[in-house]
Design a protein. Sequence first.
Length: 671
Amino acid sequence: MKLNQEQARKEIQKLSQEIEEHNYRYYVLAQPTVADKEYDSLLEKLIKLEKEFPELKDINSPSQRVGTKVETAANTVTHKAKMYSLDNTYSIDELQEWRERVEKGLGQGSAEYVVELKIDGVSAALTYEQGYFVLGATRGDGLVGEDVTHALRTVRSIPLKLKGDETSWPRLLEVRGEIYMNHEEFAALNKERKANDEILFANPRNATSGSLKLLDSRITAQRKLHCFVHSFGRLEGGEGIRTQWEFFNKAKQYGFPVNATSRLCKSFKEVVDFCLEFQEKRGTVPYDIDGVVIKVNFLAQQQKLGATLKSPRWAVAYKFPAQQATTRILDILVQVGRTGVLTPVAELDPVGCGGVTISRSTLHNFDEVKRLGVKVGDRVLVERAGDVIPKIVKVVEVARGKPFSIPKKCPECGGGIMKENTEDVAYRCINPSCPKQLERRLVHFASRGAMDIEGLGEAAVVQLLAKRFVKDLADIYFLKREHFLKLELFKDKKAHNLIAAIAESKKQPLSRLLFALGVVNIGEKAASLVAQRFGTMENILKAKRADFEAIHEVGSAMAQSLTDFLGQASTKKLLQKFKKAGVNMREPKQQLISDKLVGKKFIFTGELSRLTRSQAGSFVKKLGGEVVSSVSKNTDFVVAGENPGSKYEKARSLGVKIIDEKQFEEMIHEK
Ligand SMILES: [Zn+2]
């Protein structure tokens, strides 16, 4: 039935409301009431209607959550009310001194305080006019920030429209909050970037900041950023508020995410207890925190205390002590990835820190090297926070010697280097026959998530290349027994097994081959989506860029690099060789093997020892189940591997059934 405009308007309104309610339940309350699939179908319906009736499309429609591409870099925004930074205290004694200053300033012996976790993210100001989100800006220097509205619209916990009775909405409301990425999503993002041979983010804060600055907010949307609102900048009209605690309650009513651990303290002892409690529990919080923020509760008292040029007198941060050690940098190496990306790595004089010995630390990228100003011989401070990977915090003692400079040539092949201005500045070796790149590509090709060739690890690959038995990926399919017998530590049996494994890998589905080819930006998931959509390599070769982009979850960067890759003469030659070798180029249709897991929702956390995550996930899907990304009461099973993350804790607190890898295997294999 075709709707008329009035009917369409009503339908769009109804769908928008429904979708935003689900966003709120999922991202703010963490109590979803619909399956991801139902949510997606509501959103698709809305997008379709908005396409039919473009005049009815609203900038605050939930369809904006998926992001758009803007052409120009962010505009600057002058903050109408200055965004102060907080003074830090580093001990309970210093915190007590602050309290004395506050109480002296107020001329009274005690005050009420509000305490909240200090999230290590990116500060932002969100402005609402007549209840609608109109402007989102970064803090910048406190006076001027950047307009990142389009990116912030994709953050699903940020309401595009306030909740509750319209008549109670303020005319103007500017709230401040912290945008952040949680540990699990950060680890997954860096893992994917590593698999795609992209430069890594140094920490969740950098990843968040980078994601907000993207011109293509469709990528921001995939990064799953979160938000906690902690204060307000401006408030005009509506019901007034008298205290910070009232603000939290008001913010919750309006649909903002407010950190549930925040506490109203009637005495300063409670403040100190809170600080010490979370200093202890720091590692169990699923996102980076670096301390506690303490605020005087009454706004009238805040006003009385006022602010210095830099920071308010009525609020302070208590910073947690970190697990730190100092050591010397022995060397800074530059590693070459399979698409040529150069990654700096610091070799350290081994030192104990927080229970582990650290002898190496990735410097992530050259911007980070520059920011730290590190060079060989420097003494540096290394730190472990919670269960996070050790990192170099700063130089504590400068050595004499030349500063580190970005290599002008590839350290492996001496080839030229290109600077790439993507999200961050990446440097790449552009020599297509760089032996190191081929080595990394071959290791990737044979790896478990790719063609899964057991026995073709780094040691064998390095030798095959050194002996010039292999000059491209396809050459491994033409190797004979005598080739392997010429390698070190290869005897009859080992050669036989490897040849069998190589032959067996020819049967892998197209999705694996596509992933194994190591195309820039094409990870396991994208490869699988493309293979399922097109079915054969022949169809993929006929496809245009737009055909790739039409696949849900395949972004423009992925489509572009796939098109570039497929268009190269060397790719065509390589694929011909694979074909000649008898490598499978088809994707089997995904079908349900059984329906025994239909309707069951699974979450994986920690490292599995026998299956990769994607293998485990495809088992679940083939049996009719669903793999979801965040734990809720509606999750049926949490499969916990080694070192499970925060999802494990959350599942336990919600009473969700937790099983181990063995139980999971029994479940999928039982009749
Ligand atoms: Zn090179």
